[in-house]
Design a protein around this ligand. Structure first.
Ligand code: UD1
Length: 421
């Protein structure tokens, strides 16, 4: 197993290039199951979650060629199988988004339930409700979702659950609806940029979708889809993580390739905390001013402050003088990183779904344990500003979602190395 060792205290300076979006690439890879024709996906980050998805497709007898160094995946699903087993699905929750395309293509599929997750309860009731509205019989049995239909029929589907719209639920219903008979309206659809990117890919495949990126999608089903060539958007969460890295180290980072318009809520909160954020020529420049101010943040579905940036923003708050509050409205129990940050000297108490953060003058390095992808990014950020040495264990969590994070940080001047145990 590998770990990351950081000697904190260096302000980060320089330029960093953002990779393609994992969360856009995963459902787009699943969408290639909707056609027998070849598809090419570009700008795909080389991450373990992407490997998992490719492995599942190969298991389904799909031809997958992954040119890792070029970020290109060629996929052709001529005769896909319809069963995605637990051994593969349990490695990555996002594999639940195979359900919609497999059902639409084969009319009969079994996808294992993905199982538990440290960031909290993650039901898929909204996904199943949506597929049922399109006419599928859905049975949950022996740890599998078994979905069948004679044909899928367009309908109106509401995708807003207790915690707002579901991202992968919207992806699943959209991918099923593109081959359904008649028109589907998805109301309360997730409007995250990754869902818009999926819609753009599906439109390239010949799907008829109106309203991509909004809360109401109108989808007129077609009989067949063709192959398509698509470059995925860049990763707004990776970009946001480097924005917070500049803030926490009082650095000055130019972030290249990021879509600034996908990061308005993060920019807004960083500016409120006294950091300078400038947008120019496809780059975002984030500059610390030596003095952070406390802020209150509430995570929400897009365009609100992303839950996937909560741990990183919490890290910034731990060294911001005064009291900051961060409230989770998407995954109310997503605070596993807080007790690890306390090992570095952070002063945080949890009240319900809020973390009350009293800023301390300095964090001090210690061994900590990563427990999920974004939590581990938060711990790396805390390590970057802590006095002395921080050892972040179980770094495979970071590798699920950040391409070469240690190299990119080193390039910005961080003293960081990856070591094998
Ligand atoms: C996606 C992202 C994840 C991000 C999350 C929220 C991918 C691969 N993952 O996950 O990084 O943190 O969006 O922005 O894109 N819910 C239900 N019933 C359902 C589905 C969801 O109650 O059927 C709840 C969830 O428990 C959660 C909230 O809705 O409280 C949002 O979850 P959802 O948007 O579905 O997250 P994912 O799509 O799994």
């Amino acid at each position: 197993m590998e770990k990351i060792i950081i000697s904190g205290g260096n302000p980060l300076r320089g330029t960093v290039e953002i990779s393609g979006s994992k969360n856009a690439a995963l459902p787009i890879i699943a969408a290639t199951l909707l056609t027998s024709e070849p598809c090419t996906i570009r700008g795909v980050p080389n991450l373990s979650d992407i490997q998992f998805m490719c492995d599942i497709l190969r298991w389904l007898s799909v031809k997958v060629t992954h040119h890792k160094t070029d970020g290109v995946i060629e996929i052709q699903a001529q005769h896909p199988l319809g069963v995605a087993p637990y051994e593969l699905v349990r490695k990555m929750r996002a594999s639940v988004c195979l359900l919609g395309p497999l059902l639409a293509r084969l009319h009969n599929c079994k996808v294992s339930l993905p199982g538990g997750c440290v960031i909290g309860d993650r039901p898929i009731d909204q996904h199943l409700k949506g597929l049922k509205r399109l006419g599928a019989d859905v049975l949950v049995e022996n740890g599998y979702v078994h979905a069948r239909c004679n044909e899928l029929t367009g309908s109106d589907v509401f995708m807003g659950g207790r915690f707002g719209s579901t991202v992968l639920g919207t992806a699943n219903v959209m991918m099923a609806a593109v081959l359904a008979k008649g028109t589907t309206w998805i109301e309360g659809a997730a409007c995250e940029p990754e869902i818009e990117d999926l819609a753009i890919f599906l439109i390239k495949m010949g799907a008829k979708i109106k309203g991509a990126g909004s809360h109401i999608l109108e989808i007129e089903g077609v009989e067949v889809l063709n192959g398509a060539d698509h470059k995925v958007i860049t990763d707004r969460i990776e970009a946001g993580t480097f924005m917070t890295a500049a803030a926490i180290t009082n650095g000055d980072i130019e972030i290249k390739g990021a879509h600034a318009e996908h990061l308005c809520a993060v920019r807004d909160k960083l500016e409120e905390s006294g950091v300078t954020v400038e947008r120019a020529n496809g780059t975002i420049r984030v500059k610390g001013n030596g003095d952070l101010k406390p802020v209150d943040v509430i995570t929400m579905p897009y365009p609100g402050f992303p839950t996937d940036m909560q741990a990183q923003m919490s890290a910034v708050m731990t060294v911001t003088p005064g009291i900051s509050v961060i409230t989770e409205k998407v995954f109310p129990n997503r605070f596993m990183h807080i007790s690890e940050m306390a090992r570095l000297g952070a002063d945080v108490s949890i009240e319900g779904s809020s973390a009350i953060v009293k800023g301390v003058k300095h964090l001090s390095g210690a061994p900590v344990m990563a427990c999920d992808l974004r939590a581990s990014a938060g711990l790396v950020l805390a390590g970057l500003c802590a006095d002395g040495e921080t050892e972040v264990n179980r770094i495979y969590h970071v590798d699920r979602g950040y391409e070469r994070i240690d190299q990119k940080l080193r390039h910005l001047g961080a003293k960081i190395e990856r070591v094998s145990e």
